[in-house]
Design a protein around this ligand. Structure first.
Ligand code: AMP
Length: 177
């Protein structure tokens, strides 16, 4: 039986146990990025998920979301907005603080990156607990945008990230249980 494209993409994602802390299995996409055939196929499929949704903007999440979000935006012929970690953006911003296991984190977007009523898709590499994606969704709302959906390369199903995104059209190319 021939190996499917998604099986090849999955095989190129490296599991790194106990990184960045004990008990976490880090999904390292850098081997996949070294393979232009796989990267192109992944980008094409992520863009296809939202091809018929009249998307007007991609909001890519700091930092690996930028790598995937930029070419997805190009494929869909729409602009790219950056959801950055707190303190990185120089211009007027929307800001969302969200809870981590210990403490809080902040993501921000330039206020002029998303217009009122604009149809936005959030892009990131990994959906884990869903906290970051949920915060990105709140950024879209703050900016007055319309959240069309969220696209991920992979989803760690056992962390139930989708539960934090009950009304969101969540797409993930790969799912790990
Ligand atoms: P979360 O907010 O828990 O859904 O975490 C999502 C963010 O953390 C994404 O931006 C991912 O890049 C990163 N992340 C979380 N867990 C992992 C993991 N096991 N492997 C790689 N990246 C992860």
């Amino acid at each position: 039986m021939s190996i499917s494209f998604l099986e090849k993409a999955s095989a190129a994602i490296r599991d790194v146990p106990d990184f960045p802390e004990p008990g976490i299995v880090f999904k390292d996409i850098t081997p996949l990025l070294l393979r232009p055939d796989l990267l192109e196929g992944v980008i094409e499929r992520m863009a296809e998920e939202f091809r018929d949704c009249n998307v007007e903007k991609i909001l890519a999440i700091d930092s690996r979301g930028f790598i995937l979000g930029a070419p997805v935006a190009l494929r869909l012929g729409v602009g790219l907005a950056l959801a950055r970690k707190g303190g990185k953006l120089p211009w007027k911003r929307h800001r969302v603080e969200y809870a981590l296991e210990y403490g809080t984190d902040v993501i921000e977007v330039h206020a002029d990156s998303i217009s009122a009523g604009e149809r936005v898709v959030v892009v990131d590499d990994v959906l884990a607990t869903g906290g970051t994606a949920q915060a990105a969704g709140r950024l879209v709302a703050q900016a007055g945008g319309k959240l069309v959906g969220m696209g991920f390369l992979l989803e760690l199903q056992f962390l139930s990230g989708r539960q934090k995104l009950p009304d969101v059209d969540v797409r993930a190319l790969l799912s790990y249980s």
